[in-house]
Design a protein around this ligand. Structure first.
Ligand code: ZN
Length: 104
């Protein structure tokens, strides 16, 4: 007989580390994000990599799970002609927030 029940889920199969990461990604995915245009926390994911602000209808491309990616920050800074040191600082700031999970 096949066992069907709570033990047959995603959780057990992938272990606690992956489950924790998955949870983190899902939380990140579901929480409202700040709109780069109007500043309101009303940005929701439209589809993978596409984000839309429910307040001002601003639509933009971003990361698959969060609207801002390291690469996006660098690209934006570079496009604005920001100094290299400042770009590096911005990347470091993003890294410190997105890679804290590796310390667990
Ligand atoms: Zn907006």
């Amino acid at each position: 007989m096949k066992k069907v029940g709570p033990t047959r889920g995603l959780g057990v199969r992938y272990g606690s580390t992956v489950r924790k990461r998955y949870m983190k990604v899902m939380i990140e995915l579901k929480k409202p994000h700040k709109c780069p245009q109007c500043g309101f926390n009303r940005v929701k994911r439209e589809s993978v990599g596409i984000w839309k602000c429910k307040k001002c209808e601003f639509t933009f491309a971003g990361g698959a799970y969060t609207p801002v990616t390291k690469l996006g920050v660098v690209a934006k800074r570079a496009a604005k002609g920001a100094p290299v040191e400042e770009t590096a600082k911005a990347v470091a700031a993003v890294e410190s927030t997105t890679e804290e999970e590796s310390n667990e």
